[in-house]
Design a binder for this molecule. Sequence first.
Ligand code: FMN
Length: 206
Amino acid sequence: MDKVRDMAKNESFEKQTWKPGNVLSPLPVVLVSCGGVAGWKPNIITIAWTGSVCSDPPMLSISVRPERYSFGIIKNTGEFVVNVPFRRQARAVDWCGMVSGRDVDKWEGAALSQAPALKVQCPIIRECPIHIECQVRETLNLGSHVMFVSEVAAVQISSSLIDAKGRFRLEKAGLLAYGLGQYFELGAVIGRFGFSVQKRKHKSRR
Ligand SMILES: Cc1cc2nc3c(=O)[nH]c(=O)nc-3n(C[C@H](O)[C@H](O)[C@H](O)COP(=O)(O)O)c2cc1C
């Protein structure tokens, strides 16, 4: 920690005041699939306003503007799948957030394919490495967006991200992040949960 204090001495802490806004970054950016049930056609919407909100039961939220085509689908069917994309899928992620399922078939346009989910009736996006199937538990009208607070019903992870010991190697995924209107790629692992309080292992000297 002394090193951190020394570094801080040389830094300028001057700040500018901005008007309140959504500057919290980076955020995950995901492809949410929905529909394919009760007469609703399957659709995809790009979502950045998403996050984990509860550990037990596992829950996450997505916030959707009511004018989105996907909004009516999710509100009426009460389910969706969060598909976490690879970095290389950035173009499809952006495009699915630029056009509406009212006008185009995003599956066809983004060369993405549907596969059955385990616990919900809407399809997963097969080309994505991580699928989180969700059932809506609460709907909160917040203002511009409606938040769907949802319970995670099932999770699927690509076998390519699981090592021989059964560990989920997230760093292999080449994931995408989003902030202030820009896409970022995630970099190297720099520590594990609790590393700041763990004793350092000293190399044995022979
Ligand atoms: C990077 C990115 C993030 C987005 N995040 C959200 C979001 O969190 N909530 C939302 O309602 N729309 C969001 N959008 C906009 C929708 O994805 C977009 O309006 C889309 O065309 C809606 O599709 P639909 O009409 O087929 O539902 C985002 C778009 C992009 C490109």
